[in-house]
Design a protein around this ligand. Structure first.
Ligand SMILES: Nc1ncnc2c1ncn2[C@@H]1O[C@H](COP(=O)(O)OP(=O)(O)OP(=O)(O)O)[C@@H](O)[C@H]1O
Length: 211
């Protein structure tokens, strides 16, 4: 379960959102600069809310009411158990696909299942520089999940891909979520993608959810 209630002063407006979910795929949809990435960054621990709390699976990631570190910056990024997938893949270029995936891997059996579901077995010995954008994004997805996160954050994960590859990656994400039920937050600008992937779509404008 993911539960958050956060407030953060941004340059042009205040971000103020509340969200509770068990294991849904939630799409954050809104214009550029409305605060979508900041919400994901707060959950991941890259930026810190000014006030509020974030709880994930019985763990308090951040709580401004608590004294000390947890009240200021929350628990460190590496201890949050959150998978984060960016638009630009962020694979380690000097490591093979296999090494990239093994980095931080917690469950070998699960990783082997994911490699099968996503269909990247033939790429394991390749380096990121030698594989296509769609392949990189599949590898990055498996790598994000290999750490067995309690939640998955996807920031415009498929926007750089061509239509066909995008649809394939979306389908793979849906398949993965079927076998592995965790909260997934997806940022997208594509309404078609939002409707396909989101079990709930939250529209954001100037830091607030709107109807
Ligand atoms: N740490 C910060 N402190 C103050 N303001 C910030 C901070 N991070 C981002 N902002 C501002 O907050 C607003 C929201 O940024 P954010 O990146 O969350 O938007 P977004 O909805 O993800 O946009 P896009 O769709 O273009 O990626 C922007 O106006 C940005 O300049």
């Amino acid at each position: 379960m993911l539960e958050l209630d956060i407030y953060k002063k941004l340059s042009h407006f205040d971000l103020q959102v509340q969200l509770t979910t068990e294991q849904e795929r939630i799409v954050l949809f809104g214009p550029s600069g409305s605060g979508k990435t900041t919400i994901l960054n707060c959950i991941a621990g890259i930026v810190h809310p000014d006030q509020g709390f974030i709880h994930l699976k019985n763990q308090c990631l951040f709580d401004s009411k608590q004294k000390g570190k947890k009240g200021k910056s929350g628990i460190p990024i590496q201890d949050r158990n959150v998978g984060y997938l960016f638009q630009d893949y962020a694979l380690f270029p000097h490591m093979t696909v296999k090494k990239n995936i093994s980095y931080g891997m917690k469950d070998q059996q699960l990783v082997e299942t994911l490699i099968d579901v996503v269909g990247i077995k033939h790429l394991l010995e390749q380096y990121p520089g030698n594989i296509s954008g769609g392949e990189k994004q599949r590898v990055a997805l498996v790598r994000a999940l290999a750490t067995k996160p309690n939640a998955l954050l996807l920031d415009e994960p498929f926007s750089a891909l061509d239509e066909k590859t995008r649809i394939e990656c979306q389908d793979e994400l849906l398949r993965i979520h079927e076998i592995w039920k965790i909260p997934i937050l997806i940022v997208t600008h594509d309404w078609k993608e939002a409707k396909k992937l989101g079990q709930r779509i939250l529209k954001l404008d100037k830091g607030k959810f709107i109807r």
